[in-house]
Write a protein that binds this ligand. Structure first.
Ligand code: PGA
Length: 308
């Protein structure tokens, strides 16, 4: 065996990205350079690591086993660097968080100063769909998850960061039965845009309709907040969305909040972690930072949202 760290890094990236082109781009290498590294790595084994079927790259069972070992070798290697930094009294390590998609409008502001104060801390932030976030949490793959709706059946700790207000929004010139704002039949025939199945925003919206015994008219289902906003702005329908994701659209008067009964629906953005989890030094330091600074951060970055 005569492989290099570089080959391990390249191989891990290829497996995670499931593509040589994507691995090349995330490693800032050319595609031929990545292919050569893969070939040199492969040459050291009698069994194939990958195979190409119909121009698609697949990882063999053997490749998957090698991947798991390569990944843990790389993690161990990076923990050597972190140990060294610890000895020098520097907070070092990786802070890993997986966040539901709407969290991208909120969480970066609660990370900024912490990362500035601790330049030796690496951040691994995955903004993804809610099912995956809960899976990451259950599998103990992250320090924290960032959600507004708590998953059920998992023993958790939580730290609330800021209120999450969801409003019904429409385009500036949207027509709606303004005399029925306080009535249940306001929603009759109102074209609604829903987020995808499993989204926290959608769960909140559905709970509201179930509670109010309203049969919503779903015109469209879209997989991101940005897609929902564009569809609302274009006048395709109305939707329910977190006000924290609407800063620009409200300032530019692209959308308007419809003051219908029962809204805003208020929940909270929170960091959650497994109850029996032993937090790493970096994760504990981050939690301490959040407890000490969350009020100031909310005031500095989100006071614009208070009036809605
Ligand atoms: P979502 O989650 O981005 O998946 O809709 C938002 C939330 O949990 O409130």
């Amino acid at each position: 065996m005569n492989f290099t760290f570089h080959q391990l890094t390249v191989f891990v990236e290829i497996v995670e990205k499931k593509s040589i082109t994507k691995a090349a781009s995330s490693l800032n290498l050319t595609q031929p350079a990545v292919s050569i590294q893969l070939k040199n790595f492969q040459d050291q084994f009698d069994l194939p690591l990958t195979e190409v079927v119909a121009r698609k790259l697949y990882i063999t069972d053997f490749g998957t086993e090698v991947y798991a070992i390569a990944r843990s070798i790389l993690q161990e290697a990076s923990s050597i660097e972190h140990k060294l930094a610890e000895r020098r009294g520097v907070l070092s390590g990786t802070l890993s968080i997986s966040s539901v998609s709407t969290g991208k409008y909120v969480l970066p502001y609660f990370l900024r100063e912490f990362l500035q104060q601790h330049p030796a801390v690496d951040l691994s932030l995955d903004v993804t769909n809610r099912d995956r976030v809960i899976q990451n949490l259950k599998n103990n793959e992250v320090d924290f998850s960032f959600v507004s709706i708590l998953p059920t059946g998992i023993p958790l700790h939580e730290e609330t960061l800021i209120a999450n207000k969801l409003h019904l929004i429409g385009s500036q010139d949207a027509k709606y039965p303004s005399t029925h704002l306080q009535k249940k039949n306001f929603f009759k025939n109102l074209p609604l845009i829903f987020r995808e199945e499993g989204s926290g925003t959608r769960i909140t919206m559905q709970r509201y309709f179930t509670r109010e015994r309203i049969e919503p008219r779903v015109r469209l289902q879209l997989t991101s907040n940005e897609a929902v906003k564009q569809a609302v702005i274009a006048g395709l329908g109305f939707s329910v969305i977190s006000v924290l994701s609407l800063k620009n659209e409200l300032q530019n008067n692209d959308v308007r909040i419809i003051p219908v009964k029962g809204f805003p629906i208020v929940s909270a953005w929170r960091l959650i972690w497994l109850r029996n989890k032993k937090l790493s030094g970096v994760a504990s330091a981050y939690l301490e930072f959040i407890r000490a600074h969350k009020k100031t951060i909310s005031r500095d970055y989100f006071s614009w949202a208070e009036k809605y």
